[in-house]
Design a binder for this molecule. Sequence first.
Ligand code: GUN
Length: 283
Amino acid sequence: MAVIIDGKKISQQIKDELKEKVQKLRAEGKHGALAVIQVGTDPASGVYVRNKKNACAYIGIDSLAYELPEETGEEELLGLIEELNQKEEVKGILVQLPLPEHICEDRVIQAISPEKDVDGFHPWNTGKLTIGEPGFVSCTPAGIIQLLKRSGVETEGKNCVVIGRSNIVGKPMALLMLRENATVTIAHSRTRNLPEICRQADILIVAVGKPQLIGAEYVKKGAVVIDVGIHRDENNRLCGDVKFDEVEPLASAITPVPGGVGPMTIAMLMNNCVQSIETGQEG
Ligand code: GUN
């Protein structure tokens, strides 16, 4: 029987710690706002944006919402970002992705001041992570590190396989596990003998984006399994990239979906915002 890593509980602990920190910072005259920009009306993005605003309210930081129509031009969006870059009270700027097709995501990400890039997507911050310097770290992988640490999972010298190589999850995840002294393999859709490689993992982090791809044949007995995926199955129930019922009996610890990695992303976004308020820049 695996330990079920409770992301809901751990994210709540982090938000409570941050709430206390925000009160102390306010007493020192340090405060600031997170600006959240949404372009268009994608329903999933709408839910994420609402959750982010609610988390800000919970920990006690201001949020400014910019809901722009789908047909907003790239120049207009870049103009708003520049305005927010200049505003001193704005300590974090987040542009909800995906953006409509006529807007170039890379240009938008690179327009955000690296000191306010609380998503950790700007090349300045990804570069800092690469060379091991402090900076804003992408929230989902940072949240997974917290899940491991707060669940007492040892990382030093362990074999970690990350499946997925996105800029937002897979690549920063691999770099963070390297920082934690794990021996890291990045696997992806073109990897040969994927089950065999995954069975080498003491810690298996799955961010493939395919519902229930990972079954028992990918998992070594006693491995820690982290599932980043979130999908709806044929019965409209939430599920991850991992076949939970099949893998759980093999694993020593596993994250559920929902209630595993998901809630950590927002907690770490709040952590980045507080860091920005505290230091006036990336921490
Ligand atoms: N869309 C899905 N996840 C994210 C995220 O972490 N940040 C932003 N900005 N957009 C997203």
